[in-house]
Design a protein around this ligand. Structure first.
Ligand code: BTN
Length: 237
């Protein structure tokens, strides 16, 4: 495990992806990113004061590949626990499958990518940064709420340590406990959502629990259906 620190970089995910010899839990941390990436080709605003980091998780051949589809949920679980430890009075919510919300706005996003047998887990957290005007209706930073200044590097290392433990916990058959917490803090629960199935087809439904498969249950026309994030795009109404 090595820690690579940058004042500015294009993207910590891209850096680790292109790193020639990757070690398990190598971490890249940047003060700013000039090409921070979110999911579905979105840009991740990465101005000074935010937490931008990625780390490597080497695929374990003894673990079924399918188990790894729930990685974002395990990361979300670790983030919730770390944030709650930091600010026990605040109500953090998990927005299936990759986001942490607070006060109906996005605090943190997770981007999991894969190159060969390495997962690159990238996390962006609005800690001490000002939220850009263009996203102030959807984004929030911790400092906005608590008026504190956070020790970003310290918290990042805590998140990675928590994740290591939570991943073992998950691989040891405890997904039900992880899922229980995520469902207790399921931001989408009972919200009306549009599901974009691609090819211009959008259906409407009401989000329910996250299922033990990691998929989201959605009530569509009075029937419960399971949706996989790879197939759908959810936008809150
Ligand atoms: C999302 O919400 O769509 C995911 C956002 C992930 C952003 C982080 S910031 C650190 C790492 N480097 C990137 O370019 N993206 C991730």
């Amino acid at each position: 495990m090595r820690v690579f620190k940058f004042k500015e970089i294009n993207s910590t995910n891209s850096f680790l992806k292109n790193l020639e010899h990757k070690e398990d839990y190598d971490i890249a941390i940047a003060e700013t990113q000039n090409s921070g990436r979110g999911r579905r080709g979105n840009k991740w605003h990465s101005t000074k004061g935010g937490g931008y980091f990625s780390f490597i998780l080497k695929e374990n051949k003894d673990i079924q590949q399918e188990e790894y589809t729930k990685l974002p949920l395990v990361v979300g679980y670790s983030l919730l626990k770390t944030f709650e430890n930091l600010e026990p009075e605040l109500k953090f919510m998990f927005k299936w499958t990759n986001d942490i919300y607070i006060k109906d706005k996005k605090l943190s996003g997770i981007l999991v990518e894969k190159k060969e047998n390495n997962f690159i887990i990238g996390i962006g957290i609005n800690f001490n940064n000002e939220i850009d005007n263009s996203i102030e209706n959807i984004g929030i930073s911790l400092k906005n709420i608590s008026s504190k200044t956070y020790d970003i590097n310290k918290i990042i290392l805590e998140i990675v340590e928590n994740f290591k433990q939570d991943l073992n916990f998950y691989f040891n058959g405890n997904f039900d406990i992880i899922l229980k917490k995520l469902n207790n803090q399921n931001y989408l629960y009972n919200k009306r959502i549009d599901i974009d199935l691609g090819f211009g087809k959008i259906i409407e439904g009401r989000a329910k629990e996250i299922d033990k498969t990691g998929q989201l249950k959605v009530e569509v026309d009075s029937k419960l259906k399971l949706f996989n994030v790879g197939e759908i795009h959810i936008c809150k109404k």
